[in-house]
Design a protein around this ligand. Sequence first.
Ligand code: NAP
Length: 599
Amino acid sequence: MTPLIIPAGTSPDDQASKRLGGPIHAERHVNIICIGAGPSGLLMAYKIQRHFRNYSLTVFEKNSGVGGTWFEQRYPGDDGRSVACDVPAHNYTWSFEPNPDFSAVYASGKEIYDYFNSFAAKYHLNEYIRGQHQVIGACWNNETAGYDVKIRDLRGGQEFSQHCDILINASGLLNNWKWPAIPGLDSYEGTLLHTSDWDENIDLTGKHVGLIGNGSTGVQILPQLQPIAKHVTTFIREPTWVSPVQGFEQHSFSDEERREFARKPQVLTEYRKGIERGLSGQFGIFLKDTKPNKDAHEYIAGQMREKLRNERLETQLIPKWAVGCRRFTPGVGYLESLGKDNVTVVVGEINQITGKGCLCDNGCEYPVDILICATGFDTTFKPRFHVIGPDGTNLQDQWKEEAQSYLGMAAAGFPNYLIFLGPNSPVGNGPLLSAIEAQADYMLQLIDRYQTRNIRSFAPTREAVSDFIVYKDNFMEKSVWADPCRSWYKNGRDGPVTGVWPGSTLHYIEAISEVRLEDWDVKYSGNRFAWLGNGYGQTELDRTADWGYYIREADDDSPATTGGRRMLLSKSGTVKNTGGMSLLGKQPEESIKVAKANL
Ligand code: NAP
């Protein structure tokens, strides 16, 4: 007997009867569409390819290349790619795919882009990807139990539909950039730019440049503008905490150091682990009135004062609200730039944009030749295209007032629809890429169940989502994110916190390590036990398997409890001291030292 694989094109109702002719856990064909070939979409393609058989996968990507934000974002500088990553680059990689070649602790966006582009090439992921194809809508089809996805080919404008069983939205959170809502924007007669829609042909040399915004982007871009422009006037509406680059100082790795990282992978692994521990050790800072938060407050305020060395700026730029309320903005050279002779800092509201520049609430008009808006993104979490569920509801409407997710990855009422970095994912709670990996692994569990049990659809229940939201909102009251800062984490100043997870990244990884089926509304094709099939186990079909595999000399079972599994996974007992807050502690800097000493 050969293993039964239920072929593509089999209707959900046919599947149950087909299953009865084969052994347990027959794999039905699963047809997946993934939206976006940024880091999350690439990872999902990699993992599906690695773990699954009997599937088809199409990744629709609106850009002509992969890499998402790292493909799109270009800031001023030599090649338009002076955008950098403010997370140590060696930890801005997949856990299983290190890169010994990064040139510096904080590498350029070009290097990060190259990493993801090479990842796609190395694992032949491009064969799944259709570039310059934008998903413009998705509608649940009850007959086929999946989505009819509408796609526009951006090369010629043609539109077509493609069906899938499972739709994965990996289109990213921070890519729908927005202009500031300031009256008169259209009347500006100079050159108007948004940092996320950079025009590489613009020459800033000798120009008076205006910069609106002091979020992570504004903080990153000012030190790039300042040396090129004749003058920069930076408009700051609200103070922000500028942290000392997450405890690391910038370090450029020499060719020799990089060769050694490649030659001694264990040294690189130890270096990465040290940084990861440091990033994960920051979480206490995000809880109000805790010692870590108070210590961080004092430490960062001190660092800011030292770098600003200007009483007026210290009063205007050091926030009153808690450290961490807005995303940490590690600034390399930012505070120093504010004090340069060719930089004017204007703190307050811009009342109007005029033909010449910005008219501010101090009554002054500031004329500029080029106005750069580092004003962020639409972070409402509403998908950028309609997603229509079985009862005709559009997710864009369901999330109009507030985006309520199931653990950051799904929405009540939308079966077979999964989201990377959805509302309340841990995007600011610790390391990011490990959280994306955890989400991918969670999705694989769902897809595996879908493929091997005769599941027709799965969606989180409304009760589970609303319980999660109540839990999350209660938690947030104790967190610094609820402080009265204006932040995209709460889509402004007063909204519910939707941008971050109620806990640390490690907390999230543990939270989603197993699927809680009790939270899911699972519907089957036919009899729910059709997956039991004809009574044969899959093992009996495998002539090379040991049919007596459970006979052994001693009890070597894997841990049976949640705690036991976690201790095994986290290698509990193998590390002497994992403590360390990278902002304050020495651990990350020591990681570099240890790595260098070992090279
Ligand atoms: P952001 O954090 O939303 O900051 C937007 C800035 O624009 C704020 O300073 C805001 O002022 C200002 N602004 C918006 N509307 C304005 C108006 N009408 N008048 C005056 N100022 C206005 O956006 P972002 O800096 O682009 O960063 C967004 C996120 O992208 C970051 O939090 C981070 O997650 C990610 N990012 C990551 C990196 C990296 O290297 N990994 C780099 C850049 C960005 P208010 O503060 O007063 O609202």
